[in-house]
Design a protein around this ligand. Sequence first.
Ligand SMILES: Cc1cc2nc3c(=O)[nH]c(=O)nc-3n(C[C@H](O)[C@H](O)[C@H](O)COP(=O)(O)O)c2cc1C
Length: 183
Amino acid sequence: MSDTTGGRDSGMDPRAFRNALGQFATGVAIITAEVDGVKLGATVSSFNSVSLDPPLVLFSLARTALSLPQWRAAKTLAISMLGEQQTELSNRFAKATGAKWAGLPERRGQNGVPLPPEVMLHFECRPYAVYDGGDHEIFVVEVTGYTQHQPGRMPLVFFSGRYQRLVSDGVRAPDDNMWLHGW
Ligand SMILES: Cc1cc2nc3c(=O)[nH]c(=O)nc-3n(C[C@H](O)[C@H](O)[C@H](O)COP(=O)(O)O)c2cc1C
């Protein structure tokens, strides 16, 4: 198969660029909060670790997200990692006009933030900084606590526009360093 190239210098096709970015496999998370008595939730693949001290993580939200002003106003929030069975939950929180919380059991973190059901792990957070990210806004948040639910479950993976499952080859990354992003 031949190589495919793209980028600003050779004519940027947004769809091709999106496909190229989609070759980086990620997990799937749902960000949640409650602002003025309204529960918020959105599926994100843009979650990433940032810093151990202070404990920071990030996600980015499209400027077109309907609830963007509410996310900017949130004083506390949670980021929940989905397990490999949770494709339906991921799709539910990715529908802009859907009743995202309808019929779900009431569940809250220690900081009072509403949580989606049966997630693998959730981080409880407070705002730290918001940066310009072009057609997205980059939210850096400080982790105030986290809970791992049912340790040992396998994560939902997002790759090439599709949900996938993880197959481990058992090879360990170098463990002779303390670098956050080598873990
Ligand atoms: C697997 C997956 C990952 C997503 N990741 C992001 C993301 O990182 N940032 C984002 O803005 N939207 C992302 N979306 C789309 C949002 O979940 C969706 O637009 C959501 O409805 C936004 O919330 P809104 O109701 O405020 O518009 C993703 C959707 C899916 C299915």
